[in-house]
Design a protein. Structure first.
Length: 318
């Protein structure tokens, strides 16, 4: 059958993994659905999510997961898009039609005069995991904004993010299920940015995926526990940030300069962070989630700074 959800709160596409998703990890007002089917002896699951970001901006995300019982690998393809505009040119993409890639609509289904490239920002990616005999998972999550067919000759730069991590098996202690993850994430310069600015991967002040940001890397340790009616996560992180940010685009810099500085050409900030989250289910359709994060920021120049962030959301699903 088909499962429908209407949410106003935190949405994360990591399923059982503790790591924040490069694809969808944000507080959103969204509608989504998913359904499963079998094909070629594999189990398939499709999910599509739609979220209005206001100010004529819309977020579309969909993915298809390929899995099989007693098979060690799984594969999760996804496409995410920020679309700016109004009228029919938006609704042909911001709709619940399954298996309809925005990239295909943009480049084949629309005439150039109807929608310009600067009004759409499409990223694609996948999560590939390998299940170990003890129940742990080794996985890599890769999101791609742009990638040249020939990196040595093409004008386009490789704009992408990569996570490599280990997610432990669940360890039962008394009535709690404990789990931990350890991994490394690296985002190149210009990731989530967009020429013209309106189609950046942000919802007001929040990233629409993992909030590490462009031109940065991070080592992250996550510890989680689960009980039947609640779960909590504690995270410890170390980050390095270069000069890149969401306000720039490599076309403004020129290819040679952008290529030479597309990943951590300089370390402008180092950050040590502690974060915690708590999720409580009051009923099958009602969930309370809280988050808090504190970072100690060490700039290359200037004084050390403490930054505190927090969020509270109530999620209703049906």
């Amino acid at each position: 059958g088909i499962n429908f959800r209407l949410k106003n709160g935190y949405t994360d596409w990591n399923d059982s993994l503790l790591f924040p998703s490069q694809a969808v990890s944000a507080y959103l007002l969204s509608g989504s659905y998913d359904f499963s089917f079998s094909l070629f002896s594999f189990d398939w699951r499709y999910e599509r999510l739609l979220s209005p970001l206001w100010d004529r901006r819309y977020f579309i995300a969909h993915r298809i997961r390929i899995d099989k019982e007693d098979f060690p690998f799984y594969l999760d393809f996804y496409e995410t898009s920020v679309v700016v505009g109004d009228g029919n040119d938006v609704w042909v993409m911001f709709n619940p039609v399954p298996f309809l890639p925005v990239y295909l609509v943009q480049h084949i289904g629309l005439k150039k005069e109807e929608l310009k490239n600067r009004d759409i920002n499409v990223c694609m990616g996948f999560n590939l995991g390998y299940r170990l005999a003890d129940g742990g998972v080794l996985f890599t999550d890769i999101i791609v904004d742009d990638f040249p067919q020939n990196p040595l000759k093409d004008v386009q730069l490789p704009v992408m993010g990569i996570t490599v991590a280990y997610n432990s098996q669940e360890i039962k202690i008394k009535e709690k299920d404990l789990q931990y993850s350890l991994g490394y994430t690296a985002n190149t310069r210009f990731l989530h940015a967009h020429y013209g600015g309106e189609a950046r991967y942000t919802n007001r002040y929040e990233f629409l995926g993992d909030d590490l940001g462009p031109d940065a890397d991070r080592i992250l340790l996550m510890l989680g526990q689960k009980k039947p009616d609640y779960s909590s996560v504690l995270g410890l992180s170390y980050e390095r940030h270069g000069p890149g940010d969401l306000t720039e685009h490599w076309l403004d810099m020129g290819r040679e300069k952008a290529w030479s500085e597309f990943f951590l050409s300089d370390i402008l900030e180092r950050k040590l962070g502690v974060e915690a989250s708590f999720k409580k289910e009051f009923a099958s359709s009602l969930t309370l989630k809280t988050d808090a994060k504190i970072q100690r920021i060490y700039p290359k120049e200037g004084n050390k700074v403490n930054r505190l962030q927090g969020a509270l959301s109530m999620i209703y699903s049906f």
